[in-house]
Design a protein around this ligand. Structure first.
Ligand code: 5RP
Length: 213
């Protein structure tokens, strides 16, 4: 089955985790776009969605799904989002679409994180996909040097500005043996806004197509 078909299946299968009356946390990306399409059929049964990006907000609004502010929505029961890589412990690399900061915030505000992927995203060890890191622009070189000290190869995603006005560094060739420790260590560096490792708070459920991992 093609990746696109598996993405569609995963997006549609995630609907079963959406309860009546819920405010749904919504991630970003092509897999999530299939989820949003399916969510539109239920729009009269939910209160609305909290969105993780301008891209998802535009699609939600176009389909008539109310987009709510996280500050007024309070804790969410459910967050649905894709990923760039997923290991056997449901730890993820995210941020291929540069939306990692808001994605991490909405994931943290949600009781259950359902990750929707196609099978190409499954890996034994994280790190083949370059790890996105959102940085404050003036800290780009500083963070680049810190990454080199830690064995990574930083590449500035030139021309990309995040929804928060920041820049992205993609870290190539990282041997990530302990993603929780690496995420925690990087979180301490001044200038890093968000690390695209979702290891400290992994997904709770992973749907690979319509199969529960
Ligand atoms: C965006 C993300 C996406 O979830 C990730 O890039 C996967 O995207 P897709 O579903 O298009 O493969 O983290 O920041």
């Amino acid at each position: 089955m093609s990746n696109a078909n598996e993405k569609r299946q995963a997006g549609e299968a995630a609907i079963r985790y959406v309860e009546d009356g819920a405010i749904v946390g919504v991630g970003t990306g092509s897999t999530v776009a299939f989820f949003i399409e399916a969510l539109a059929d239920l729009k009269d049964r939910i209160q609305g969605a909290v969105s993780s990006s301008e891209q998802s907000t535009a699609q939600l609004k176009r389909l008539g799904i109310p987009v709510l502010d996280l500050n007024s929505a309070g804790p969410l029961t459910i967050y649905i989002d894709g990923a760039d890589e997923c290991d056997p412990h449901k730890r993820l690399i995210k941020g291929g679409g540069a939306a990692l900061t808001r994605e991490k915030i909405v994931a943290a505000a949600s009781e259950k994180f359902v990750c929707i992927i196609d099978s190409s995203k499954l890996v034994k060890l994280l790190g083949t996909f370059p790890v996105p890191i959102e940085v404050i622009p003036m800290a780009r070189s500083l963070i680049g040097r810190e990454i080199v000290k830690r064995g990574g190869q930083p590449v500035w995603r030139d021309g990309v500005v995040t929804d928060n006005g920041n820049w992205i560094i993609d870290v190539h060739n990282w041997q990530i043996t302990d993603p929780v420790a690496l995420e925690s260590e990087l979180n301490q560096l001044p200038g890093i806004v968000t690390v695209g490792l979702f290891a400290r708070r992994p997904a709770d459920v992973v749907l690979v197509g319509d199969r529960v991992l």
